[in-house]
Design a protein around this ligand. Structure first.
Ligand code: DON
Length: 304
């Protein structure tokens, strides 16, 4: 399979479709990015890297970082984690608070904001310098120093963080939050404000295509069984209330972020990251989703 030719074809076809969306504006600093950027990077199971367009340009990974934090915490708490966070798709927007009340403070899954805040709270319980350690972990997975917290984006989200703050207080009222709220929110906004390129992001997801073993870190990051479970969660919950549609169109486990990135894996074959800032009404990148749909169509295979 000529992956370079494949992603170049996909890139070209998506560009020709001239798809439009809207850059996330509830984090004002993110709204300032050039909306026309578009890049694709694919990393095969042997570690070969293929790229096209703006694949080397760092962007705000936002909710994609929830996969990295979940991986760090999963290793420590294992199945105990699932007493605090569920593993069901929510069918609701990523920042919804509705289910949290009648489901007694147990978020539906670790990728909606409520669930990710519980994961970040667990991270703060286990790691003394959580932000430095998340950065070090992602750098290790990518095999190079690549990740940077953009403090302007972090502060911009903190200044407009009413919804996440409300979610954290709500979780605390159900005793599903152990650390000081401000501290956890700062760590959460910081890991969301991390920037890296499609190439490094695809490399950092490579272990999920390889039964938990990272060739870049040269170690088993998750067990094979844990790795399958993170993939299952990405497939069912990675795109919030668009998870079904992504599974239908693309058929790969993946995770989106409001910076316009999507990272996905084809187990035992490759990991891939696509970035373009304009989003659909569900908060997922229009071009990235279309690119991945074309990619699995051209490959004639997906998870299914
Ligand atoms: O907490 C937030 O709202 C953002 N930092 C992350 C949201 C996000 O990326 C949702 N994904 N599409």
């Amino acid at each position: 399979m000529d992956y370079q030719q494949l992603i170049e074809e996909v890139y070209q076809e998506v560009q020709e479709e001239n798809l439009k969306g809207k850059v996330a504006d509830y984090i004002p600093e993110i709204a300032t990015v050039d909306p026309n950027q578009f890049g694709i990077a694919l990393v095969d199971i042997k570690g070969n890297v293929f790229g096209v367009g703006d694949h080397q340009k760092p962007f705000s990974i936002q909710s994609i970082s929830k996969v990295h934090t979940l991986t760090m915490v999963f290793n420590f708490f294992n199945s105990k984690l699932w007493t605090r966070v569920n593993v069901e798709p929510s069918g609701d927007p990523f920042n919804s608070i509705a289910q949290l009340e009648y489901e007694k403070g147990i978020p539906r899954n670790p990728f909606i904001n409520a669930g990710a805040l519980v994961i970040t709270d667990a991270l703060c319980s286990k790691f003394e310098k959580p932000i430095e350690q998340v950065s070090a972990f992602i750098n290790e997975l990518a095999g190079e120093t690549c990740v940077m917290v953009n403090n302007d984006v972090k502060n911009s989200e903190m200044d407009h963080g009413e919804r996440n703050t409300a979610l954290a207080y709500f979780l605390k009222s159900f005793k599903n939050f152990n650390n000081p709220i401000d501290q956890v929110l700062e760590v959460y906004f910081s890991h969301c404000a991390m920037e890296m390129s499609c190439v490094d992001l695809a490399k950092s997801f490579s272990f999920l295509a390889n039964d938990g073993y990272s060739i870049f870190a040269d170690r088993q990051v998750l067990t094979e069984s844990q790795s399958r479970r993170v993939n299952a969660l990405m497939l069912t919950c990675g795109f919030y209330d668009e998870a079904g549609e992504f599974a239908y169109k693309v058929g790969l486990p993946g995770k989106s972020g409001v910076g316009g990135g999507v990272a996905a894996v084809m187990p035992h074959k490759f990991s891939i990251a696509v970035w373009s800032p304009e989003l659909n009404e569900k908060g997922n990148s229009v071009k990235a989703i279309r690119a991945l749909e074309l990619l699995t169509d051209k490959l004639s295979f997906s998870l299914f």
